[in-house]
Design a protein around this ligand. Structure first.
Ligand code: 5GP
Length: 178
């Protein structure tokens, strides 16, 4: 059972659902005069994006990109675009959906790329924020939860592609890293 690998639950499904309601309401208010292009970063953002968009009550368009920078539990710093957008975002208001902002390298790269493609505005909504690990000066405009410096899994977040389907954010048992 997947649950046997979990040391503790950090953020429950109920807490995530409640926070998504609040974020959805705020985003709907902030983007009420435009149709934002909501871009999920695959694969970690998928469960969060699915929950969040149910609570966005204005028109929006959905897109996906895939970037890679992680191997195991450490960011490699070097961010690669694995799947690019297949449409124009010129003059669009873009909202990036991310699972977690850690060093900030991923977001810096993706934000720059989207501006270079002609986006009018680029903001970020992230389920989690780990500010103590930041290496570059970047913040998400909308944050679900700020967490301490612990490697987390679940609700989209993986360890070697596993645990994304857990319905909460948790911490792995140490023996699972070895
Ligand atoms: P950054 O570029 O900000 O260092 O890292 C962003 C990406 O690293 C996230 O989208 C996520 O995929 C991965 N990441 C960062 N911290 C964690 C963590 O605690 N757990 C997991 N599973 N992935 C993480």
């Amino acid at each position: 059972m997947l649950m046997d690998d979990v040391k503790k639950i950090l953020i429950s499904q109920e807490e995530i659902d409640a926070r998504c309601k609040e974020l959805g309401k705020q985003i709907s208010e902030d983007y009420s005069d435009t149709v934002p292009v909501v871009i999920g970063l695959l694969k970690g953002s998928v469960p969060f994006m699915a929950e969040l968009i149910k609570n966005i009550t204005i028109d929006c368009e959905l897109e996906f990109m895939a970037v890679s920078s992680y191997s195991g539990t450490e960011s490699m710093g070097d961010v690669k675009i694995v799947k690019d957008l297949d449409r124009s975002i010129i003059d669009c208001d873009v909202l990036i959906v991310e699972d977690i902002v850690d060093t900030g390298n991923t977001l810096l790269k993706v934000k720059d790329l989207l501006y270079s493609k002609g986006a009018r505005s680029v903001r970020v909504v992230s389920l989690l924020d780990k500010p103590s690990r930041r290496l570059v000066d970047i913040e998400a405009e909308y944050i679900g939860f700020t967490i301490p410096n612990e490697f987390v899994i679940g609700f989209g977040l993986d360890f070697n592609q596993k645990y994304r389907n857990l319905p909460f954010v948790g911490v792995l048992k140490e023996e699972c890293y070895r």
